[in-house]
Design a protein around this ligand. Structure first.
Ligand code: UP5
Ligand code: MG
Length: 204
């Protein structure tokens, strides 16, 4: 008789503490994470930044694929993003850093399931809730100088559609587990941050 092997996550939540930071394109995930890093001892891992770095890494076999997915506002196949995150987490753990803000991930159900099954269960989710018209204005403004290939009206529309169709179900899934902290972020950065600090005070 064969028995199915049940894999264990690489880390326990006591060893590695992960907060997922989710929200639509331009909601302010990166901005708020930067502030949290200054005030708390978090490592900030932005999935989009890891993918952009891999895209630009000389010799990467995934460069062209990542470039196309990002421009089209589509979710890069999970194997690539999971490997980048797993490596980044392991490197930091080796250097005694154990608290992570994972920004912009998971944004598709398969990623959520795989990450928690293989790497570690998340502690809670910070969800930045922002109206689309506000996000649009922010991204168009940032697009004047960001150089990001997806900060243009065609790509932004595709990113919004992917967020609604593919990423919102991830937030709804975590809501059923009651570990989502919802923060409105159509307010000045420092006001949003006050709400973030109040919301996480009892959870860290
Ligand atoms: N700004 C921020 N907060 C503000 C406030 N309160 N008031 C006024 N202005 C505010 O902010 C955006 C802009 O708004 C900035 O100019 C900021 O100053 C201003 P930012 O903090 O950068 O917002 P953020 O939510 O981080 O927006 P970002 O554009 O990074 O979000 P995305 O989720 O679209 O981008 P990400 O880099 O995570 O992903 C890009 C692409 O990578 C995805 O579309 C996808 O193709 C791919 N991807 C995957 O395939 N898989 C993944 O797991 C992750 C990404
Ligand atoms: Mg970002």
């Amino acid at each position: 008789m064969t028995t199915a092997t049940k894999t264990k996550p690489a880390f326990s939540p006591d060893q590695v503490s992960v907060v997922f930071v989710l929200g639509g394109p331009g909601a302010g995930k990166g901005t708020q994470c930067e502030k949290l890093v200054k005030d708390y001892s978090f490592v900030h891992l932005a999935a989009g930044d890891l993918l952009r770095a891999e895209q630009n890494r000389e010799g990467s076999e995934f460069g062209e694929l990542i470039k196309n997915y990002i421009k089209e506002g589509l979710i890069v196949p999970q194997e690539i993003t999971l490997a980048l995150l797993r490596n980044a987490i392991s490197e930091n753990v080796k250097n005694n850093r154990h608290k992570f803000l994972i920004d912009g991930f998971p944004r598709k159900m398969d990623q959520a399931i795989s990450f928690e099954r293989d790497i570690v269960e998340c502690k809670f989710i910070l969800f930045f809730d922002c109206p689309e018209d506000v996000m649009l204005q922010r991204l168009l403004e940032r697009g004047k100088t960001s150089g990001r290939s997806d900060d243009n009206i065609e790509s932004i529309k595709k990113r919004f559609k992917t967020f609604k169709d593919t990423s919102m179900p991830v937030i709804e899934y975590f809501e059923t587990k009651s570990n989502v902290v919802r923060i409105r972020c159509d307010k000045p950065v420092d006001e949003v941050y006050k709400d973030v600090q109040a919301a996480i005070r009892d959870r860290l």
